[in-house]
Write a protein that binds this ligand. Sequence first.
Ligand code: ZN
Length: 313
Amino acid sequence: MEFLGRLKKFEGQAAATAGVGKDLVNEAMIRHWCEAMGDTHAAYTGPDAVAPPTMLQAWTMGGLSGHGDGTGRATAYDELFELLDDAGYASVVATDCEQEYVRDLRPGDRVSYDAVIESVSERKTTKLGTGHFITTRMDVLANDELAGTHRFRILKYAPAHRSLRQSADAERPPDRSPRSRPARPRPVVNRDNAGFWAGVAERRLLIQRCDDCAELRFPWLPGCHACGSTGWHTVEASGEGTVFSFVVMHHPPFPAFDPPYAVGLIELAEGVRMISNVVGVAPDEVRIGMPVRLEFTRVDDELELPLFRAEVA
Ligand code: ZN
């Protein structure tokens, strides 16, 4: 309780004061953002352009070089981190962010900001471990007028004492194989890709083809990237392919994997590409352009996986 009291004293303290954005709101940054996001909304171009609201925080960031002059820096946030570190809550994970938009930001606006430690939670236990949530609220101003708020929440925590290997074992599905080793991670099967995994269970590699424009797509998606149609059917891959690119994994060692192993980006004869292991040659003998052939491997009681075997003479 005494410790919580010390944490609570940080509520309301400044995390940044009178910070100033490095650049005025400008068309070039807006354009780059829209290109990166694939956002083609008309409001973000032309003489009356506004900045995308979700850029709010971008205008306050120091970039790689930081806010060199220490602009906006306050010490309370660092002190709070130190207090939590010293108490054993040394890990940190960002949990969520909320933004509110008050007015548009337009090219030429001068951005400034203040940030406050809004709340420090009591001790919470999560799947990751036990710790305290810290919520920081940044008020973003355009020409000294509130433009929006950005709330950012992190968890400072002490990790739960489970090693990777133990946690994989704990979540491991029933496996009656005589070898006691961590199971391969399960694929995330959802309504968008269930048909793919149903195909794999039958040892068929299915590619989606658009009903309207016949474009093939892989991995599975609900809509066509070429024409937007949601109608599709499947074609079965012949199993022929070539190594388009690859990496050889040495480190880090994940439970259920034995490094080194080759992970290939395989270009199927049909033209789409998929990622899977390349087997049949030593990992360091895998080459770009190498012909490979699909096969299926039974990993355990529940899991069938497609992989590619090098076709060596
Ligand atoms: Zn299409």
